[in-house]
Ligand binder design. Structure first.
Ligand code: ADP
Ligand code: MG
Length: 380
């Protein structure tokens, strides 16, 4: 009985997910830094799905530009609230879906805050990475009578178009190959793959990863803003009755800062880094927008980042992009270019048709919930 309701519930989740489309874009606006509250903001207005930016034209005239996303989170929205919105997406990994979640935005806009949390981690501060894994542990435990799950993680960094393993003591300096043909969905076979079953395992691994990452940076060269870091979760489930195996994976990516650098001012390594970042972020944008427009050719091969994420972008895979905004008026230029990037990625899925789908979706949800309730009542 209970098992069946669970099953129906899961189906319902998936149906709603499917109706929502496979590419979603959430915008999150960082609060002002403490003591900075009287600074002019570039954000004029926010509601559940729209953010309006205040600009000034050359002659000083005010202008407003609105951008629409699947969701807009204002500065006071908590980590828990953000996570609760994406929970069904995360859970679909246990049903064998591939999921890709990434954080985009200029340095200082809140990417690491969303994915990992603030430097001084508290329970409330825990970011998506921890919450997602805890939730997977929780749900897999709930289902343990019917499906036996193995969950393991890899932690990689892409810096200057080279892939490195953040979970190996000596491997940070070794370049790894990406193979997209592997049977079990593990496309960087030489990177450490660590089984996890407790949130404390994840916390330990993340701290190893962070240490390995900072080994490579100096005070002047904050590598974390110039490289992409990716926590990949591999899930294998075995149905205890049929023996069938299902596999799902989830990439959780903290992207390099999207800020444009002034090419006339940077030289040497800094210029090379900037070129690699530009290349990989635009490759990511190209892949997602060609998926969104259902183009027949998807240019995965153009960067290591898109190669790494290939199995989790497109097809039945589900993608969620967080677009991070710094509220300061001084950041306006980057804010506009970030929102334009996101808009390019999102427009096709976010047309007027979407609204109609939403109302159908709600109607269907209501009907299904009513029938679930009736089923439960009959049981009781
Ligand atoms: P990024 O990774 O994009 O460079 P960070 O995540 O490091 O940016 O954020 C910059 C600073 O702003 C950090 O001190 C972070 O804790 C803080 N911050 C970012 N987003 C939020 C938020 N939603 N609520 C509170 N503080 C935030
Ligand atoms: Mg960061």
């Amino acid at each position: 009985g209970y098992q069946r309701v669970l099953e129906e519930n899961r189906k319902l989740y998936n149906q709603v997910q499917d109706l929502k489309g496979n590419i979603r874009v959430y915008c999150r606006v960082r609060p002002f830094k403490p003591g900075q509250s009287y600074t002019l903001s570039s954000v004029d207005h926010m509601d559940e799905r729209t953010i309006t930016i205040l600009t000034h034209s050359k002659n000083g005239k005010e202008a407003r530009k609105a951008f629409t996303f699947n969701k807009v989170f204002g500065p006071s929205v908590s980590q828990a609230e953000v996570f609760s919105d994406m929970q069904p997406l995360v859970r679909s990994v246990l049903d064998g879906y591939n999921v890709c979640i990434f954080a985009y935005g200029q340095t200082g806009s809140g990417k690491t805050h969303t994915m990992t949390g603030p430097k001084e981690l508290t329970e409330e501060g825990l970011g998506v990475n921890y919450r997602a894994l805890s939730d997977l542990f929780h749900i897999s435990n709930q289902r343990k009578e019917t499906i036996s799950y193995d969950i393991s993680v890899q932690m990689l960094e892409i810096y200057n178009e080279q892939v490195r393993d953040l979970l190996s003591a000596d491997g940070v300096n070794k370049r790894l190959e990406i193979r997209n043909s592997s049977q079990n969905g593990i496309n960087v076979p030489d990177a450490n793959l660590v089984p996890v079953s407790l949130t404390s395992d994840v916390i330990n691994l993340m701290s190893i990863g962070h240490k390995n990452r900072s080994v490579c940076s100096t005070a002047l060269n904050d590598r974390s803003s110039r490289s992409h870091s990716c926590l990949t979760v591999h899930v294998q489930g075995r149905d205890l009755t049929s023996g069938n195996i299902l596999r799902g994976s989830m990439h959780l990516v903290d992207l390099a800062g999207s800020e444009r650098v002034d090419k006339s001012e940077v030289v040497g390594n800094r210029l090379k880094e900037a070129q690699h970042i530009n290349k990989s972020l635009s490759a990511l944008g190209d892949v997602i927008s060609s998926l969104a427009s259902r183009s027949s050719h998807v240019p995965y091969r153009n960067s290591k980042l898109t190669q790494l994420l290939q199995d989790s972008l497109g097809g039945q895979a589900k993608t969620l992009m967080f677009v991070h905004i710094a509220p300061e008026y001084e950041a306006l230029g980057e804010t506009i270019s970030t929102l334009k990037f996101a808009e390019r990625v999102a427009t096709v899925e976010l047309g007027a048709a979407k609204v109609n789908k939403d109302s159908g979706e709600v109607k269907e949800l209501k009907e299904q919930i009513a029938s679930l309730k009736a089923a439960l009542a009959r049981k009781e």
